[in-house]
Design a binder for this molecule. Structure first.
Ligand SMILES: [Zn+2]
Length: 462
């Protein structure tokens, strides 16, 4: 029996992951993510997915990041009524992330209407998200499940809690969908399980052309930045995604404190979403690495620096700014495109004692990138601000496997054909050549949807 796989997102670009597997008249969808990065890409989310959602037999979800899960409510709106299978941690994270996405769309539309602008209708609302979560059914790592004639086995991807790669067996053929493969150098999650033997492997290639800075070196740089800032006595502002990067920063600070590499200082997580995500890490300790579970069993909370505070209300958030104490403030958005981090930047960016610590990708043209490039006069929320803060970049905290790790991950699957997905054409081209050099056949999975001209942005999916 032969199968076909068409990609309605996440092919020739890093967002919108959505792969439709058809075999023996049955249809299985792997992920249904949102397109992100530019206005033109985001508008693709408004269209029908390119196939009839009502004709699907089942949906499996590799992980909760919106570029993999963000169009699930759209599927339901277009008539899908069946199950969405995912690890329990993915379900918990999806509930927070999708609700947050629905809320942002609703608030944006309300604000536009208030200002007399024509508002974009939300792509989905909170009720759609609630139905989506209700339709989610649990999977377990390493336990095969029969879904409409497909035998699906999830395995650990080590990218975020609940993240999985899938081995799908149908009609004697073995296919693997990598999802996002985790960065094995990091400590919070287990290393990704290597790709099983397969006929075809659909492999992400976000960092197909790059190797990360070694983790130990990254942590040393991180510690040095905190020590310098502590000496100067100012605020350390960390723009951060609510999921994964915030926990990574908290873990690193707590670890450095335990090792007496820095003295304890106040740490604020000023993000209601990050606070909810944090609970998911506590709820699913089985998702964590052995090392972290051991730490927990000795009574330590790995994500809890000594003086940690979560702020929930806006007034609490304002209080931090009123205080003059030295402190680490972690807030969204990670790309400085909005959110509470902008208020902190307005309040403290003009002080030379402030440090802005960049721990994630900043798109060109964005505020974060301009700060990194040394722009000292920037507009924040419509106001001109002269920046006197020190701006430092900490590389190496990515949640993705780098080039070398992707090769390590896929190696055991020989003699599979590799189809590259979830990457920019340049990164995929490099990876294709590297794989060819190792005697492996790799092709670039074509996109079944027409991507906008500016669809190829240099954003490394987080
Ligand atoms: Zn991801």
């Amino acid at each position: 029996m032969s199968e076909t796989v068409r990609s309605f997102g996440g092919a020739m670009t890093v967002t919108g992951s959505c792969h439709l597997l058809e075999a023996g008249g049955r249809r299985l969808l792997v992920d249904c993510g949102a397109f992100q990065g530019s206005r033109a890409l985001f508008d693709l989310n408004r269209r029908t997915p390119g196939f009839d959602p009502a004709s699907l037999d089942a949906v499996i979800l590799t992980h909760a990041h919106l570029d993999h899960s963000g169009r699930l409510p759209v599927l339901l709106r277009h008539g899908y009524t069946g199950p969405i299978h995912a690890l329990p941690a993915s379900r918990a994270l999806c509930e927070h992330l999708l609700m947050d996405a629905a809320k942002i769309q609703r608030e944006d539309a309300e604000r536009d209407r208030r200002h007399g602008h024509t508002a974009d209708e939300p792509i989905y609302v909170e009720d759609d998200v609630a139905r989506t979560i209700e339709q989610m059914e649990p999977l377990s790592y390493g336990v095969p499940i029969e879904l409409a004639g497909f035998r699906v086995t999830p395995q650990v991807a080590g990218h975020i809690p609940g993240s999985a790669s899938f081995l799908v067996e149908a009609g004697g053929r073995r296919l693997v969908f990598s999802g996002d493969v985790g960065n094995a150098g990091k400590e919070i999650l287990p290393d990704p399980t290597p790709c099983p033997e397969a006929d075809v492997v659909f492999m992400e290639s976000t960092y197909g052309d790059r190797d990360h800075r070694p983790y130990a070196q990254t942590i040393e740089e991180f510690a040095q930045v905190l020590r310098d800032a502590q000496e100067r006595g100012g605020k350390i502002l960390v723009p951060s995604f609510a999921l994964e990067r915030t926990q990574e920063v908290l873990y690193t600070v707590a670890h450095l404190e335990r090792d007496h590499q820095i003295s304890p200082m106040p740490v604020y997580v000023d993000s209601p979403l990050a606070t909810k995500v944090e609970d998911v890490y506590d709820q699913f300790p089985e998702e964590l690495s052995d090392e972290l579970r051991l730490l927990r069993s000795t009574g330590h909370d790995p994500f809890h620096p000594k003086h940690l505070r979560f702020t929930r209300s806006v007034s609490e958030s304002k209080e931090i700014n009123a205080s003059s104490e030295a402190a680490i403030i972690i807030a969204g958005s990670g790309m400085l495109s909005g959110g509470r981090i902008l208020h902190h930047l307005m309040a403290h960016g003009g002080e030379p004692s402030t440090t802005v610590m960049i721990v994630g990708y900043q798109p060109s043209g964005g505020l974060g990138r301009r700060l990194i490039d040394g722009d000292r006069t920037v507009r924040i929320m419509g106001r001109e601000v002269t920046m006197r803060a020190r701006v430092v970049t900490i590389g190496g905290l990515s949640a993705h496997a780098d080039r070398a790790e992707l090769l390590d991950w896929v190696r055991p699957s020989a003699p599979a054909e590799v189809r590259l997905i979830h990457g920019e054409p340049t990164a995929m081209g490099h990876l294709q050549q590297t794989l060819a050099g190792l005697g492996r056949t790799a092709t670039l999975q074509p996109s079944a949807v027409r991507l906008p001209e500016d669809g190829h942005h240099d954003e490394a999916g987080e």
